[in-house]
Design a protein around this ligand. Structure first.
Ligand SMILES: CC(C)(COP(=O)(O)OP(=O)(O)OC[C@H]1O[C@@H](n2cnc3c(N)ncnc32)[C@H](O)[C@@H]1OP(=O)(O)O)[C@@H](O)C(=O)NCCC(=O)NCCS
Length: 165
């Protein structure tokens, strides 16, 4: 499969919206099936210099994945960022997530010189946890009943990767 990874553009909003609402994706993120493209457009327009969002796209322009870092704006937390990632259901488990993780972590390590990259993940999302552990993330704590999923309050892990210069 041929795909490229590049920074997100405003025109990616409809494709990103499809990903955000897609069964096989939205359940394990904080998405909702009711999410509107307009909300994604407004979200993209609000992105600032501390937001670094990439997309993985096929040759025909189809958005098949996205990953990003949001660097903490507080001056005393600027050595850290929150990571988010999602891959189109039809293209999961084929290396797209790994390629996106390499891209955002190269930015974190070599260009932003971040010390701490953190994220939250559903405690039963074994594929995502495997991916994060493969890149050096460790579980730091269990956030009990922190997020709604399919009629239940579910546990999340807080995970982080520390990299000292
Ligand atoms: C989690 C996600 C981002 C991973 O991306 P991906 O493109 O599917 O991941 P990759 O194909 O690069 O790698 C998957 C890895 O998990 C492994 N894996 C697959 N299913 C697994 C499972 N049930 N348990 C443990 N590991 C699993 C694969 O073997 C592979 O590991 P390897 O590279 O060591 O062989 C993607 O599946 C996704 O978007 N899922 C839905 C949304 C989501 O969960 N987002 C993360 C929210 S925190």
């Amino acid at each position: 499969m041929n795909f490229t990874i590049r920074p997100m553009e405003l025109g990616d909003a409809p494709g990103f919206n499809v990903l955000r609402r897609m069964p096989g994706v939205f359940e394990n993120t904080l998405g909702l099936p009711s999410e509107r493209v307009q909300r994604n457009v407004e979200g993209f327009q609000r992105l600032g210099p501390d937001d670094h969002i990439f997309v993985a796209v096929l040759e025909d322009g189809t958005v098949i994945g996205s990953a990003g870092l949001n660097v903490h704006p507080n001056p005393r937390m600027r050595h850290g960022a929150e990571l988010g990632i999602l891959v189109h259901t039809d293209y999961q488990n084929q290396g797209v997530g790994t390629a996106l993780m390499k891209t955002v972590l190269d930015l974190a390590d070599n260009w932003l010189m971040l010390v701490r990259v953190e994220l939250e993940v559903f405690a039963d999302n074994e594929r995502a946890i495997h991916l994060y552990e493969k890149f050096g993330f460790e579980k730091e704590g269990l956030l009990r009943m922190s997020v709604v999923r399919d009629g239940q309050y579910r546990d999340n892990y807080k995970m982080a990767r520390i990299r000292l210069p």
